[in-house]
Ligand binder design. Sequence first.
Ligand code: SF4
Length: 498
Amino acid sequence: MQLADVIQLSKVNADFAVPFNHRPIGERMLVTNDLGDHLFLTADEFRRFAYGQAAPGDDLYERLVAKNLVAAAIDVKSQAERWKKKKQYLFYGPTLHAFVLTHRCNHGCQYCHSSIVGMDRMDTDMSIETAERAVDLAFQSTSPGITIEFQGGEPLANWEVLQHVVEYARQKNQLAGKALSFSLVTNLSLMDDDKLDYLIDRKVQMCTSLDGPADLHNKVRIYKEGNSHELVIGWMKKINQRYVDMGLDPNLYRVEALPTVTKLALDRWQDIVDQYVDLNCRAVFLRKLDPFGFAARSYKTLGYTMDEFLTFYGHAVDYILDLNKKGVQVMERHAAIMMSKILADAEPNYLDLRTPGGACIGQIGYAPDGGVYSSDEGRMVGSMGDEMFRIGSVNDTYHQLMTNVHTRAIVTSGLNDGQPGCVTCVYKPWCGQQVEYNYKTQGSLHGRMGDSVWCKRHKYVFDYLMRRLERADEQELKIFERWTTNRMLEHFLQDRGA
Ligand code: SF4
């Protein structure tokens, strides 16, 4: 259905509707407003809507009013409250604080960043002094909750500093009283029973990488001292069992694992999903190789086009939905985040899908040398010798970091309303920007959405989900609604002090 086939612009009644965007989906026209409401209209309904020919009492009018699409019928006060609630993240500072504890790693993953160094390079570790300054800064965030995420390299390689950060932050929180949590991104190969006891005792959430079955995983995630896949699976099972033994709900509490999709995985969607289902994982987050961690030298063997990835993604989500129809509870995480926004009117504060984006005001990255960056991605750009996203150092004050010209430029560039392609896009209310991605792929913080692979990926996934929703039967709708259920992992919150 093309717009010109449906309406004559001269007949449009511009006063009738609120500002809206539209896009043909299946046999109908998808219409959205800036508040995040959506409606599918037939050609005739869309014509009557655009011409302002729906009147109180008729079915179309009531459906339009229910979705806040009729200007005269908008309850401004309640919609302002709704907007404020969804934009809560703008009322406080960064929540996520990514601590890169070291550049050392014992794996040699083929897609990994070139700044990763061998295990003997202890000079790339974050020191205790730098870590304490970074914790001090994190606690100055005006956010009521902060998450300290341990990254690397392999963060378990700098175990002493990791423990120190946990203890120091817990101690500070006795006064600060924030919703404090810790998460650890690890390849699990340096895990042992003592470390696990400590991490469980201190309620540190764990997240690892699992690229699929053994042959796929081990081919890319190269570990000379053992079998990486076997280690990951073994520790995942052990940790999950510890949560069960503690009486925690196994549907909620488990090691999060993430696959990175390489060229070798493009026809293996079923194997990857099956691997996650075998481990009782409730979610698979199908991540494309990104332009930050990916060493250019590996492109020939591991790289692919966005179209190839999207074909893979479509097959994988089709398969996941088929499994759900057979009673297997598993979701694709990116689709689930989008569905939470579309169907549940939620704002999960997923930093890549918010406007302005998460850089600086949603997350901050701390490098081992004390450099402070817009995000972990910004820090990776820095590791490649480009300090575009360095907003200061741990020796600066929070005020300096949050108000300097770099931060202001980065934040204002990440607005969908400042993007020519986005302002007229039907997916604008749910989409977002990552300025580091724009910069790395297009050489500009703003990017150009017309030929951006970031935009292409998001538009494809939104289109995919909307086509599904447009013709969804009751069973499929129930599956998608289940994917929108987000429960807080209260166990991982630290004591707030007296
Ligand atoms: S990035 Fe692309 S899909 Fe997202 S709002 Fe902008 S134009 Fe739409």
